[in-house]
Design a protein around this ligand. Sequence first.
Ligand code: SIN
Ligand code: FE2
Length: 228
Amino acid sequence: MTKDYGPDMFLQGCGSEGTTDLNHVCLPAGCTYFPRFLTEAGQIALLARIRQVIAEAPLYTPTMPRTGKPFSVAMTNCGPLGWVSDKEAGYRYEALHPQTGRPWPPMPDMLDYLWASLTGYKHKPQACLVNFYGGKAKLGLHRDEDEEEFSAPILSVSLGNSAIFRIGGLKRRDPTERLELQSGDVLVMGGASRLRYHGIDRVLPGTSDLLEEGGRINLTLRRVTKAE
Ligand code: SIN
Ligand code: FE2
């Protein structure tokens, strides 16, 4: 099978040893920001793959544990596991789409490649959560803590309109900083930053024309189970 990515899709240097020669900004320890890591061609190619994922595994609205309040963000997943939430059973990973009952579509090669190139983690990611932020969607401050394996980082890719990302500390009340995430940006949260609180305050309309419907797509790649 041919690969779904090529050298013109990433900033030069991706795939060479380590990440030291790449354009990146170090935030708090363990948190590395790669502004516009995906080229325009890369963003278009990745978006086309994500549209295929959404065609097979439609975006749906999860609900909050206990209260059943709907999220403002629509979600789906690809990879062997997907992150889901509902009133009855709360936050967790499942192998099947809650509405279609079918397995999540496979992880695009391009995302496996990004993960291997930027995280240095020796096992593949098992889940890619696809978040779609339309209208006034936002995501409250939270920690990604439903995984068994915290030694693996979380890798996030942004497509479409820019968003105000907020990152805090290990406690909910710790001070936070804001970072504007733009289309093509990649952010890796690992090490001492793996369990930092973070969220999306808002999406800035009209800041990208990548998505014809407007809004923003964010992908987060996760390792879920303990690797042997
Ligand atoms: C998330 O925390 O799951 C998503 C963050 C983002 O949309 O950038
Ligand atoms: Fe998160």
